[in-house]
Design a protein around this ligand. Structure first.
Ligand SMILES: Nc1ncnc2c1ncn2[C@@H]1O[C@H](COP(=O)(O)OP(=O)(O)OP(=O)(O)O)[C@@H](O)[C@H]1O
Length: 877
């Protein structure tokens, strides 16, 4: 409950300048217009053409020639506003399905196929230039929101002809390429939101010539390069959101001249160096710089700030004393840095503080027993530090509705796993060296004053000798005295409230696209009702471990319910613990776990009792099933995905995996990646499911591998990855490589070839003179650019080399895939009929010429192709 409150409060704050501004703008302009009886015929026809072009999104389901568009009631999914004299000014269509429609379809559909065929998103014939030309039929169009509609392609320059545009929100689509520079001609533009697309290129500094621009929201794209001082030209900007991109370099100090800024989010990029002084920004309410490499100094901020997220950076030294004056502060997250010292007690008692996350730093010392917690506080996390002494009484009191986490310290408590005091003292003093250096100048002064008394020096000497001797002992004892790693050094042990922190909330939630999770334990009865008693009609899929059903909950939420059987309660509980944690994780490319339900079953066979255990995992329902079922005609698919759609899907899924590797602390590896775990939502946007669940980690013999692979048995981890903790991300990279191969082949790799030939197939695909054409999926030949294909094949090969240390990181893989998408888009811009021919493939620049990121070597070395039977599972699914 408390974690939800914390998450909600941060979510509300971060929505402040985008969703609110967009909606407020629409409402405001909508409110000032006069409704008129009818639009001119040309505009009615344009609306119907739009409906057709967008493949009849459910919000437009009832549109016909007779529809009185200007009188349509606004809903979250649809808004049409007209103004006199008879012209359309605002248009909002958000792709979604109403609960009633889903219920109807649920009742009607007895097979998954039947349901899916009617759920198809935009057809491959969609053309974004046609879309813009259609919008040009509305000369007074001021606000346009076309969200989550599965639109794709490069944004055309003609957009600038919509010259009265004030709000443009085309978030959560599949747009590629750079933003067209002609947008600077939109001199009335106030809000530009293009979050969650696949936009590339550098930061659009040229938009600063738009004097009215207040909100620029470009999160979750693939923008790269550096921000520079030209940022100061965006004088009227109130909201700047570019999180989850690939920006690097320093944050320019001139950002502090954006005096109107209320929301600044640069999170999850590659920014480095010192955060410029932001004290000047008196309007700034929410700052999110998390997941970069910023530091060492804590940012200087104005005291009006309400939310500060600077977790997962390189901050060191003590927390600054000026936080005492931050009376408006509601959320502070500094987790995952290297901050030292003892946090001051007032921090816990700031008048408005709601969530305080100090986890996984180098904080030490004891907190006062009588520490006072602010009435507004609902979450405190100090876990994974070096705190000693008794936990404050308020931490243990059950009367307050505050969620407190302090495991992984050295506090004196019987209830929590804690290390020895000695361990924390010694380690903190080692890790605090930097802190000691900072205050060295003060020490010198003190010592100088005290120098008159040689006594002081001798006391100091004694202390040093004492500490050294303790340190030696500490080193010896550490393995037994350190807090149990399992409880906070691994994902499994992360307190669930920690995961509800704002940094785990996706950008789409910020824009209100994703529903909030239920995060609860479901009653079996509820799931039975939802699935019509797990009827065959509700079955949507079956994996190696159980069946997946589609269900409709009481509150009209459509969910997927995975039914798993266990022989041992311990095994089931292991899953359960993980699920509690996973249900707090949110990312637009990760299927949300909503909760679970358990059932103990006793069966009596010949008077003997047998116990078994059932676990039902409830998660978001992905209307378009898994990626494999959309790939290729020869797998029975009627409308196979085009190359750009395949790329968009794997890039989206890759982003989800990248988030698990780098956006969560501790990271989540071994995610059991496979093409059937990449699911597509109603807009054909890919999300990864089944991640982070317990995986069998056995020291397996070859026999076990072979037997289990043949039987499609349990998932196994590449032995190399197990041995080397430093390459723990590379198992997922390997699996992801197999998925990349499948989108090229249109079928599982080597489904026809027996296991020993798997390498030769990969070799034939990635050989220098071009791939063996007969291996490539016929459905993409003729639609995909040669260089694009070459890039994907080479990166797939790199992912699948045997030596984990030679595999690229997910970030590098994504970078290359983005490149593949970009070259494909540009080729298609020039010639839609671009043909894949062997000669063209050979003409494509070699990998080294293209210099993609993260590789030293163009070729896959011979030794990388050695047979490794232990990974047979990748080809035998
Ligand atoms: N959240 C979901 N929404 C819609 N369909 C789903 C969902 N989860 C699973 N499915 C469907 O059910 C099928 C089986 O899923 P499941 O996770 O049980 O097995 P799998 O991923 O194919 O393999 P494994 O058993 O190895 O994990 C998927 O391929 C997919 O089509």
């Amino acid at each position: 409950m408390t974690s939800k409150m914390a998450a909600r409060s941060y979510g509300a704050m971060s929505r402040f300048c985008v969703a609110v501004l967009v909606l407020a703008a629409l409402t405001c302009y909508g409110g000032s217009v006069h409704l008129v009886a009818a639009l001119p015929d040309a505009q009615v026809e344009a609306l119907l053409a739009l409906q057709e072009l967008l493949d009849h999104p459910s919000a437009t389901m009832n549109w016909t020639k007779e529809t009185k568009f200007c009188n349509l009631a606004s809903t979250p999914h649809l808004s049409v506003v007209c103004s006199a004299p008879e012209t359309l000014t605002d248009l909002r269509i958000v792709g979604d399905k109403s609960a009633a429609t889903v219920r109807e379809k649920l009742n009607q559909s007895s097979t998954k196929g039947g349901f899916l065929s009617s759920q198809k998103s935009l057809p491959s014939s969609f053309n974004v230039t046609t879309l813009v030309n259609t919008l040009l039929a509305f000369p007074e169009l001021r606000n346009v929101e076309l969200v989550s509609l599965g639109m794709w392609g490069a944004l055309p320059e003609q957009l600038s002809q919509l010259s009265h545009l004030q709000v443009m929100n085309m978030s959560s689509n599949l747009f590629t390429g750079a933003l067209p520079k002609t947008l600077h001609a939109l001199t009335e533009l106030r809000v530009l939101a293009m979050d969650q697309n696949a936009i590339t290129g550098s930061f659009p500094f040229w938009l600063s010539t738009v004097p009215t621009l207040e909100t620029l929201s470009l999160s979750s794209n693939s923008l790269s390069g550096e921000l520079n001082d030209s940022i100061s030209n965006f004088k009227n900007l109130k909201s700047l959101v570019v999180s989850n991109n690939l920006f690097s370099g320093k944050i320019p100090s001139s950002i502090s001249s954006l005096l109107n800024l209320q929301l600044l989010s640069l999170a999850h990029n590659h920014f480095t160096g010192v955060v410029p002084n932001l004290e000047n920004l008196k309007s700034l309410k929410s700052l999110n710089l998390g997941g970069n490499s910023l530091g060492p100094g804590f940012p200087s901020l104005g005291a009006q700030i309400a939310s500060v997220y600077v977790g997962q950076n390189r901050l060191s030294g003590p927390l600054p004393g000026y936080l005492k004056g931050f009376v408006e502060l509601q959320n502070l997250d500094v987790s995952g840095n290297a901050l030292v010292g003892t946090p001051p007690p007032y921090l816990f008692n700031l008048p408005r503080i709601q969530s305080l996350n100090l986890a996984r730093n180098h904080f030490s010392g004891g907190l006062p027993l009588n520490l006072t917690l602010s009435k507004s506080l609902s979450l405190v996390d100090i876990s994974g530090n070096f705190f000693t002494g008794h936990p404050p009484v308020a931490f243990l009191s059950s009367t307050r509705n505050v969620s407190v986490h302090f495991q992984g310290n050295c506090m004196e408590t019987l209830k929590q796993k804690q290390g020895s005091e000695e361990y924390c003292t010694v380690t903190a003093s080692k890790l605090g060296i930097r802190d000691v250096q900072i205050i060295r100048s003060h020490l010198v002064l003190i010592i100088a004053v005290a120098a008159a008394g040689g006594l002081c020096l001798s006391v100091l000497l004694c202390v040093v000798v004492y500490l050294i001797s303790r340190r030696c002992r500490g080193d010896k004892d550490r393995s037994v005295a350190a807090p149990e790693d399992g409880n906070f050094g691994s994902f499994r042990g992360i307190p669930s409230e920690l995961l509800s922190n704002a940094r785990y909330l996706s950008q789409s939630m910020r824009l209100g696209v994703l529903p909030h999770s239920h995060n609860r334990v479901f009653a079996l009865e509820e799931l039975k009702i939802a699935t019509n008693n797990f009827s065959p009609g509700a079955l949507v899929g079956e994996g190696r471990h159980g069946k997946v059903f589609k269900g409709l909950l009481d509150d009209k939420t459509v969910v997927a319910i995975k039914w798993l059987n266990f022989k041992s309660k311990e095994d089931m509980n292991e899953y359960k613990t993980q699920l509690e944690v996973l249900s707090k994780l949110r990312h637009q490319h990760l299927v949300s776990v909503l909760g679970y339900c358990t059932e103990d079953v006793v069966t009596i066979v010949e008077d003997e009792e047998f116990k078994s255990f059932r676990l039902f995992i409830v998660s978001e329902f992905m209307a378009n099933g898994d990626l494999r079922s959309h790939l290729s005609k020869h797998m029975g698919v009627k409308e196979p995905m085009a190359w750009s759609q395949r790329l968009a899907a794997v890039i989206a899924a890759g982003r989800g995996v990248h988030h698990l590797h780098t956006g969560v602390t501790p990271p989540i590896f071994y995610n059991n990646l496979k093409i059937t775990s990449i699911l597509l939502d109603s807009n054909m946007v890919a999300q990864v499911s089944d991640f982070g669940l317990p995986v069998r980690r056995v020291s397996f013999s070859m026999d076990v591998v072979a037997a289990e692979a043949k039987s499609g048995g349990p998932r196994l981890i590449h032995e190399d990855s197990l041995r080397r903790r430093d390459h723990r991300d590379k198992q997922d990279v390997y699996d992801y490589g197999a998925i990349l191969l499948e989108i090229v082949l249109g079928r599982p790799p080597t489904i026809r070839n027996p296991f020993p030939q798997k390498r030769s197939e990969l070799e034939r695909l990635t050989k220098e003179k071009g791939p063996s054409m007969e291996l490539i999926d016929k459905d993409i030949v003729g639609t995909c650019g040669a260089e694009s294909l070459a890039t994907v094949l080479e990166i797939a090969g790199k992912c699948m080399v045997d030596d984990p240390s030679r595999r690229p990181s997910m970030e590098d893989v994504l970078w290359n895939l983005q490149y593949a998408l970009q070259v494909h888009s540009s080729v298609n811009d020039v010639n839609d009929e671009y043909d894949l021919r062997r000669e063209e493939f050979q003409k494509a620049p070699s990998f080294s010429e293209r210099k993609p990121r993260g590789f030293h070597d163009n070729r896959i070395a011979d030794e990388d192709w050695k047979e490794d039977p232990s990974d047979s599972r990748h080809f035998l699914r």
